[in-house]
Design a protein around this ligand. Structure first.
Ligand SMILES: [Zn+2]
Length: 111
């Protein structure tokens, strides 16, 4: 078990989990149930939801998937998009809904 990605916002952790798992890599999210914590937890990263790979040998591949996604989507992270299926709010750089996995259509601002 190796830590891949840690973020106070479970939305992102869940998104990366579905992306890494879709590549056939087994993952585990630690502190999944603590995402409702507020206050002090936000300055205590040890309590944040953490995405881990179950098999250490998958770590490099999983990390590459996450990094590629961050690079690809860096420009779209400042908008929010509502999932057409479940109505959850997703950051604009998500291709799939973190909650239900539905494809998200991002409004094309370029025109
Ligand atoms: Zn959804």
């Amino acid at each position: 078990m190796k830590d891949l990605f840690r973020e106070f916002d479970f939305t992102k952790v869940g998104y990366y989990q579905s992306m890494v798992e879709s590549a056939g890599i087994k993952t585990f999210v630690r502190n999944r149930d603590l995402s409702g914590l507020a206050g002090e937890a936000s300055i205590m990263p040890d309590l944040w939801p953490t995405l881990c790979v179950v098999q250490d040998e998958d770590y490099d591949r999983a990390m590459k998937i996450i990094q590629d996604s961050v690079m690809d989507n860096a420009g779209r992270s400042d908008i929010e998009v509502t999932c057409p299926a479940c109505k959850e709010t997703n950051p604009g750089n998500f291709d799939l809904c973190w909650s239900c996995g539905e494809a998200i259509v991002v409004p094309d601002e370029a025109g």
